[in-house]
Design a protein. Structure first.
Length: 588
């Protein structure tokens, strides 16, 4: 066979983030039937790999046969053992799991949201979880259940198992093995992944098995099982570790009722896994997850945030930065997050350069833990910490100050035939996100061929035309852009030059005043252009997209402070805003 690449150039997260079909479709499909030839070859190579591991542990005879040594059955007929490249025999257990997931087709990974956790992140997540458990620096035996409800090849369970075995070296080896099913549990809907997980977890136990007298040896226990990771378990977990599947999914009426406490609008699989894990966690439990950061600020996660704040507040979070070659196709920020049933007064914030040769976590700040259903303001860099702290104490938001945000109505690829390069009767100028670059409204040359939209009728005009002055804000920025918050004022004079109306494309957010706003349009445009508020935005949204909901949620000082800012010139305003969001700091 051809040895599969262990570190593929593409992201280990599925390239297509959307889980297709309903949750029932995803859970009930037969993953074993979707094995690519390469994935099947990886499974066929595992018995030979096992033989090498068992031999290295000093075992012989039946213990070299993976089918006899483990109380777990392969999901497919593997056929004769394969002769392997020498590199295969030296693979670590986590690399075997990575080889399997990497060998799956992109379509299969996308459909089921399958991805593999790099070893460095698995170890970091367990370190954060064990710290929340109060284990300290020394290895500790597990005393209660550690579960991964989306275990895949078992990567997240390996660090916990290794630590337990290291701390149990003086305990009778037969007792150690007998107790493992009560301490380690993996669950996954993919029978092939579950078999891989059982093999790699069992490989860790081989040295323990070798210490048991031969006549007393029994097959190694299966520590993972095939099941729906969202289904209620028989036991509540002391620690839940997971890197769950994600993507929007349709739910049955029954599932919507079950998850009503964490659902708002669209359902995302990873949000359901977080909600289900809360249900299955002991009163002294810890939930540790590798997830996108959208749950910290997105509108669809408002109820999940409220439930987390009430039942298991955020204790520790590590943001993953500079993800070159790892999760590189995911524009959204990703984090390792730990929640505890025992409330903590503070949240430890770190970041980790995943693309570095030897990634390590760097401390950012320790922030006061006061969370609600609104966006959580969390600093990504040490110099953002004072801004996040001050913003968390502010009395109002932009929405509360009388401004509403909405997304531009034009989805250009749905109106391709109505877009034109030249002006004409019945056509309105289109404002694109690129037209706001630099904070100045202009006409970007790259959009010249689609500069004007044909208005079909009065109903179309009512939906598409913006006829009043407003603030326009880029909804999506490029990763390399210096600013995340790019805004400009659309004045009455601008509208007059365009015949009284423009059309805003849906990569632009529109801010409009409601009755009696507490700050003027001109002040708001200048406020959004300050360096401090741009930094504040990065503490709320970790992706290159800034939603209308997140815009409305920007924390603001009280009405008197806003009023005092109205007459200030640009430099004075910059300094006043910096002082408000960085109390005690020197003026910029």
């Amino acid at each position: 066979m051809t040895t599969p690449s262990l570190f593929p150039a593409e992201s280990v997260i599925a390239r297509d983030l959307g889980a297709r079909g309903s949750r029932a479709d995803v859970a009930s499909a037969d993953p074993a039937a979707e094995l690519s030839p390469t994935a099947a070859a990886v499974l066929a190579a595992i018995p030979t790999w096992w033989r090498a591991q068992a031999t290295a542990a000093g075992l012989e005879g039946d213990w070299l046969d993976v089918h006899r040594a483990i109380d777990a059955k392969s999901p497919i007929n593997l056929g004769p053992d394969l002769a392997l490249d020498a590199a295969w025999g030296a693979l670590a257990p986590e690399d075997v799991g990575l080889a399997y997931v990497s060998a799956l087709s992109a379509a299969t990974r996308a459909r089921h949201g399958r991805h593999y956790t790099p070893t460095i992140l698995a170890e970091r997540l367990w370190a954060m979880a064990r710290n929340a458990l109060g284990h300290g620096q020394r290895s500790a035996q597990l005393t209660r259940l550690v579960r991964d409800p989306a275990c895949g090849g078992g990567a997240l369970l390996l660090p916990a198992l290794r630590e337990h075995l290291a701390a149990s070296h003086r305990v009778d080896p037969q007792m150690v093995m007998a107790g493992l099913p009560n301490l380690i549990e993996g669950v996954d809907a993919d029978p092939a992944a579950v078999w891989v997980a059982n093999v790699v977890l069992a490989a860790e136990v081989l040295p323990v098995l070798a210490r048991v007298p031969e006549r007393r040896r029994r097959p190694l226990p299966a520590l993972a099982r095939v099941a729906d990771g969202l289904a209620p378990g028989e036991r509540r977990a002391h620690v839940t570790l997971m890197n769950p599947p994600y993507g929007r999914v349709r739910l049955s009426a029954e599932d919507r009722t079950r998850f009503a406490n964490v659902l708002y609008g669209h359902a995302n699989l990873y949000g359901l896994f977080l909600g289900a894990a809360l249900e299955e966690l002991r009163d002294d439990g810890v939930l540790a997850a590798l997830v996108p950061t959208s749950f910290t600020s997105g509108r669809y996660f408002t109820k999940l945030r409220a439930e987390m704040a009430r039942l298991a507040p955020l204790r520790d979070v590590t943001f993953l930065t500079k993800r070159d070659g790892v999760f590189s196709s995911v524009l959204q920020e990703t984090c390792l997050a730990v929640f505890t049933r025992q409330p903590s007064r503070r949240t430890t914030v770190s970041n980790m350069d995943v693309g570095a040769p030897a990634p390590t976590a760097t401390s950012v700040a320790s922030v006061k833990a006061h969370y609600s259903d609104g966006p959580w303001v969390l600093p990504r860099r040490p110099d953002d910490a004072p801004i996040a702290a001050a913003a968390s104490r502010m009395p109002m938001t932009l929405g509360g100050a009388g401004w509403s945000a909405s997304t531009g109505p034009l989805v250009w690829n749905r109106r391709r035939s109505d877009l034109h390069a030249r002006s004409a009767n019945g056509r309105l100028r289109v404002v694109w996100a690129a037209d706001l670059d630099g904070g100045i409204l202009h006409r970007d040359k790259a959009r010249s061929a689609m500069r004007f939209l044909k208005i079909r009728n009065e109903g179309d005009r009512a939906v598409m035309a913006l006829t009043e002055p407003a603030i326009l804000v880029q909804r999506t920025t490029a990763p390399e852009q210096h600013r995340r918050l790019v805004a400009t004022e659309l004045t009455a004079a601008d509208l007059a030059l365009e015949g009284g109306a423009v059309v805003v494309e849906n990569h632009v957010n529109v801010l409009r005043p409601r009755d009696a706003p507490l700050l003027s349009r001109h002040l708001l445009a200048r406020l959004l252009s300050t360096r401090t508020v741009d930094q504040l935005t990065r503490c709320i949204s970790g992706s290159v997209a800034l939603s209308a909901y997140e815009l409305e949620s920007l924390p603001l000082p009280g009405a008197e402070v806003l009023e005092s800012w109205e007459p200030l010139a640009d430099l004075a305003l910059e300094q006043a805003v910096a002082a408000a969001y960085r109390p005690g700091a020197s003026p910029a």
